[in-house]
Write a protein that binds this ligand. Sequence first.
Ligand code: SAM
Length: 236
Amino acid sequence: MSPSQDYLDLKNWLDETADVPCESMDAFFDSRIDGYEEHMSFWREHYGLVAGLVPAGARTLLDLGCGTGLELDRIFERLPDIRVTAIDLSDAMLAKLLEKHGGRRLEAVKGDYFVYDFGESRFDSAVSVESLHHFTAEKKAGLFGKIYRALRPGGIYIECDYIASVPEIEELTFSECRRRRERDKIPEEQYIHFDTPLTLEHELGAMRAGGFEEIEVVKNLNGTPIIVAKKHGSEQ
Ligand SMILES: C[S@@+](CC[C@H](N)C(=O)[O-])C[C@H]1O[C@@H](n2cnc3c(N)ncnc32)[C@H](O)[C@@H]1O
């Protein structure tokens, strides 16, 4: 079977950028704060859809990799009194978030969502938009387990993220990421900004490994799925 156009386009781009040095995740986003929101406007419709999926009765929400809060802009429009814990690695992104929403019931946390303690049964809902496509299935499974425990029974996790349209894209990006890390002598535990999306099958598998049983792909818009995973238990 011949390779997909998505694969060929990505392969060309990776070849063209083969010598570009790795950048750490936080420095990458800190240095791109100017023009960031315009750049992300491609996903405008996705932010609206994600916001529309937060249950009307949700009083608490966790946002993983909140950035400047593009999803929160839409969530606060719908649910102005919702109490939000939003976590991100980048100072510049969090500063912009607070500039826009400092007056809300918002706790902006500078930290790593793999390390930060979300607690147990604290949140009615959780979201993550365009943030998790840099990590392995194994690492994500651990994170999904933390999100599962942090949700109240019946609570939902909504994810909207870049997915590899074919398994070859997952293989190519992980192997290229490994090559660049080795070249630049970057240890495995240090985060770099390099996209390594999983296939939808592997993403859903990591959610199941984290404990979610009820998972639905509610929309697939321009190749970007929106996934809702529900914690077992009664509705809020
Ligand atoms: C492309 S931005 C998306 C931001 C926002 N959700 C949006 O859609 O505009 C990805 C964000 O994830 C954050 N991020 C990546 N890895 C992270 C980690 N391990 N812990 C916390 N934030 C992380 C980055 O700093 C960045 O702000």
